[in-house]
Unconditional design. Sequence first.
Length: 210
Amino acid sequence: MDTKTCSKCKEAKPFSEFYRDARAADRHRGQCKVCSKADAAEWARSQPDKAKAYHAAWRAANKAKTRVASAAWRKRNPEAVAAQGVKWRAADPEGVARAVTEWKKKNPEKNAAHTARWKRAHPSQVNASNNARRAAEAGKTPAWANQFFIAEAYDLAQRRTKATGFKWHVDHIVPLKSKLVCGLHTEHNLQVIPAAQNCSKSNRYWPDMP
């Protein structure tokens, strides 16, 4: 097997232990992979700003490679991925909420499927949530609300589900529970929309919101 001597550690190693370099006479770098990685790590530690800018530029120019490498790393390091997620959610809860909302808007079908899987896996939590929602609706239903029209909205959602083959929900246009506003459970505050759209909307959007 052909070998090459590393210009730094002076060890003779197979060519597979050297990164390829088209500019070199033998088409391989002078330093072995171990020494190259050590030098790169040292440079990143001594020049953090330059290293950050370099890596950002490389990722922008190699988006496909970045996605593949990121997916492979996440698969190899599930615990580190989980720790990163916990740290990010604690440091930037508003950013997390925005990212989740954007993902739901861009992926309504995936979000609906994810929600359905979660509900099947957590029946007790679903029941608790449904009970809480019914209590909220009861507490937000004024005496003048028209129960006939409210029932019509839920009946329409069921009929659309049967007719179209996908789930429809009765949505509160102005959410019953939110940090900024609380709507009423009345016929004027109901709309029948696809379940995927309702799940992506959650309780973060309503007309004329600030």
